[in-house]
Ligand binder design. Structure first.
Ligand SMILES: O=P(O)(O)OC[C@H]1O[C@H](OP(=O)(O)OP(=O)(O)O)[C@H](O)[C@@H]1O
Ligand SMILES: NC(=O)CC[C@H](N)C(=O)O
Ligand SMILES: [Mg+2]
Length: 506
């Protein structure tokens, strides 16, 4: 995950608006935040590990001046957790380009070699996003050599096309380019989301906003124009004109996990409502539950992400919906605790059972997904401790069996509870009385129903089919690498520096 946002305004300084927009995308990344603005002459940058509200303050409005700018909230899925790998990244030639990226590149090793070898560039970090920025810079420079510098937009679009032909994986990208404007592009499969919005500018014409999710538009008065197409590049020049270019042929196959968990329910992505997809997931799951014919007193969601699904399972089955688990809103992410034992305890810190809802009852707990199984296993135990008679569980998505290589923090294969175990074995391991998983075809139906024009989805964490193709060597390297998901990283003490090699993927 990661969230990206950019605003090109004709009239006003954009720092405060980017700040507000990033707050709407905070769910996509909580490790680091960064903003760069462009004054028309200079870039002004600030990035640091931490939440948007902790990294930026009112004083930044005085320094981060400029009418255009881009921002990023990071959840690392490549490289390290070091503050140096917070985004945006910068190269000073050609033009001077700042870049923010959501997604993950799968041919980084090969591209790193080219950038540092053939193009004699020095990379400062282990980030995949920095590699992509340098590839883009190389390719724009190549285009300038061929076309001259009279038409920067043409050169930049040519550079994007060549970059798309070289880079594999998932990428939704925004760039600020000195003297030129703001560039947006999305990978040929449109794996990660990106949309563009506009609003009337005070002085006439239009202001533009790009964002990972359209939920970030309203707060600054933007209306969604459309989703950026797969393989498309859009450039808003410094006069506020929008140029579009289909850089390579695209085939929209967005990541289905966005609809399961990542995106906010109030977002529309590629014409599909996240909320309504989750309701349909509930309808499909309800059919399985009805067929099983169990005696269930109440349906209880694991807050917050499973609420829409659970609500619709209840509506469709006629079984009552109850809130039985209360989330402590003051506990941050639970996965920053070191080691398995700590993690299990931290679920307990985050969620607490309402005993009255469990005592003597048969309950069906619903969560959006079961990844390692830590969360639901602990909750099953909490329900039993609270006096539940039977504890049934359902996952709104199918068994997660394969790593995600496109920018979601999924653990390596051997950490996934559904890897190598039958449903019955998983049920036993989780200590539940029954276990339901959404069928993959039902999940696909739930999302596709929102926009039948979508040709397919990347469902790789469920079925192992990676839409861009991924080599067995890449997956082996991932499995054997020192990269482990951020969920089980030991976080450094405040002020201490992070060991950059810990998450290196190579
Ligand atoms: O099987 P596991 O490895 O435990 O992972 C699955 C859990 O991870 C996510 O929740 P998380 O606690 O990360 O955050 P949330 O509060 O946003 O749901 C997801 O909603 C599941 O509850
Ligand atoms: N998951 C993401 O989108 C993060 C972007 C990039 N791969 C990073 O780790 O910084
Ligand atoms: Mg959860």
């Amino acid at each position: 995950m990661c969230g990206i946002l950019g605003i090109a305004s004709r009239d006003t300084d954009v720092f405060a608006e980017i700040y507000d927009g990033l707050l709407m995308l905070q769910h996509r990344g909580q490790d680091a935040s960064g903003i760069v603005t462009y004054t028309g002459e200079f870039f002004r940058e600030r990035k640091e590990n931490g939440l948007v509200k902790d990294v930026f303050g009112p004083q930044d409005a005085d320094t981060l001046t400029g009418k255009t700018g881009i921002g990023h909230v990071r959840y690392p899925t490549a490289g390290s957790l070091s503050a140096a790998e917070a985004q945006p990244f910068f190269v000073n030639a050609p033009y001077g380009i700042y870049l923010v990226h959501n997604g993950n590149i799968t041919n980084t090793a090969e591209q790193r070699e080219k950038v540092t070898g053939k193009y004699s560039r020095h990379l400062r970090t282990t980030s995949d996003s920095e590699i992509m920025l340098n590839v883009l810079a190389d390719k724009v420079a190549d285009a300038i050599k061929v076309n001259g510098n009279a038409e920067p937009v043409r050169n930049i679009f040519a550079g994007v096309k060549m970059t798309m032909e070289r880079i594999q994986g998932a990428y939704s990208v925004l760039c600020m380019i000195a003297g030129v404007g703001m560039l947006a592009f999305r990978d040929p499969n449109g794996i990660r989301p990106l949309s563009v919005g506009k609003r009337p500018a005070e002085s006439g014409g239009e202001d533009f906003c790009f964002a990972s999710e359209d939920v970030a538009f309203g707060i600054n008065g933007f209306e969604k124009l459309r989703d950026v197409k797969p393989g498309e590049a859009i450039l808003v020049d410094l006069d506020g004109n929008m140029h579009t270019f289909q850089a390579v042929e695209g085939k929209l196959t967005p990541c289905i996990f966005e609809y399961v968990y990542l995106a906010r329910p109030d977002s529309m992505m590629d014409g599909v409502s996240v909320y309504k997809t989750q309701l349909r997931m509930g309808q499909a799951l309800a059919r399985q539950i009805q067929e099983a014919g169990l005696e269930i007193d109440s349906i209880i969601p694991v807050p917050d992400s499973a609420r829409p699904v659970a609500l619709e399972v209840a509506n469709s089955t006629g079984i009552r919906y109850r809130e039985g688990l209360v989330k402590n809103r003051y506990v941050g992410r639970t996965f920053i605790m070191p080691g398995q034992a700590e993690r299990q305890k931290s679920v307990r810190r985050k969620l607490n059972a309402i005993p009255l809802e469990f005592k003597g009852r048969n309950v069906l707990l619903i969560d959006d997904s079961i990844v390692r199984g830590n969360t639901i296993k602990k909750i099953v135990q909490m329900c039993r401790d609270a006096g539940a008679k039977k504890v049934y569980i359902a996952s709104a998505s199918p068994p997660v069996k394969y790593p995600n290589v496109y920018g979601i923090d999924m653990p390596t294969k051997h950490e996934l509870i559904a890897n190598g175990l039958s449903i019955e074995e998983i049920r036993e391991e989780l200590g539940a009385d029954a276990l339901f998983y959404q069928k993959l075809e039902d999940l696909i139906w739930a999302a596709q129903e929102g926009n039948p024009d979508i040709q397919g989805f990347d469902c790789s964490c469920f079925d192992g089919n990676y839409v861009t193709g991924v080599t067995a060597e890449y997956l082996d390297a991932l499995e054997g690498s020192s990269r482990v998901s951020a969920k089980i990283q030991d976080m450094p003490a405040p002020g201490a520096s992070w060991n950059a090699s810990k998450l290196a993927t190579g």
